[in-house]
Design a protein around this ligand. Structure first.
Ligand SMILES: Cc1cc2nc3c(=O)[nH]c(=O)nc-3n(C[C@H](O)[C@H](O)[C@H](O)COP(=O)(O)O)c2cc1C
Length: 197
């Protein structure tokens, strides 16, 4: 059986973003694992206009090439790690816009969260969990929060993740949980597809 494939989603696109460093750090730890495969999914590679379709993709599929490219990528994955900043106590606008383009593709798949910001991106992560539920994604409790001290240290003082060794074990715990859900939910989806056939 093939391994589940997990997308590590970089959800900010601005120049000089920190999200890219966080994603690389998580991807490096994930690459050492045997229980699933990962790939970076960078929203810069999926530029989408502001959502202006006639209806939600729940009712009317959006068939523009850029929308299909994004939705197909999400559909081919078995789970997600959202790397999320906090912009004005919320997720980035570019991530919310991208989420609005989805409907069926992430259903019954798990999502884990890595937040960064003054309070570890906690407010953005909580909002993202709510959005996930509406898209029938299974949002996980185990998360990684990179708060003010390491964020400032890495942004302004030339430090790196290795200077904050308490962070890496939280990634392991999160990925362990994500793995369980990715395997379990994939088996459930496959079983449901067999029953429906
Ligand atoms: C538009 C904007 C709004 C921000 N709002 C918050 C905020 O509400 N809470 C917070 O902790 N940090 C906030 N920040 C600071 C970010 O945590 C910090 O800039 C972080 O590096 C942003 O992620 P990025 O580098 O991947 O874009 C904000 C940054 C930007 C650009």
């Amino acid at each position: 059986m093939t391994k589940p494939r997990i997308g590590i989603i970089i959800s900010t696109t601005r120049q000089g973003r920190f999200g890219e460093r966080v994603a690389g750090w998580v991807a490096e730890q994930a690459a050492a694992r045997q229980d699933f495969e990962t790939e970076i999914v960078d929203l810069r590679d999926f530029p989408l206009p502001f959502f202006d379709a006639v209806a939600s993709p729940a009712y009317v599929p959006i068939e523009t090439p850029e929308a299909r490219k994004w939705a197909n990528k999400i559909a081919e994955l078995d789970g997600y790690v959202f790397i999320t900043a906090e912009y004005n106590h919320a997720i980035s606008g570019v991530l919310k816009n991208a989420m609005d383009y989805l409907y069926a593709e992430p259903n019954r798949k798990p999502a884990a969260f890595v937040g960064y910001g003054a309070v570890g991106g906690a407010r953005a992560v909580e909002q993202l969990r709510l959005i996930a539920i509406e898209l029938d994604i299974v949002p996980l409790k185990k998360a990684v929060h990179i708060n003010m001290e390491p964020l400032i240290g890495m942004l302004r003082e030339g430090k790196d993740f290795a200077d904050y060794p308490y962070l890496a074990p939280t990634v392991t715990t999160m990925l362990d949980e994500l793995s369980w859900y990715a395997h379990t939910l994939r088996a459930g989806r496959q079983s449901a597809e067999r029953d429906a056939a």
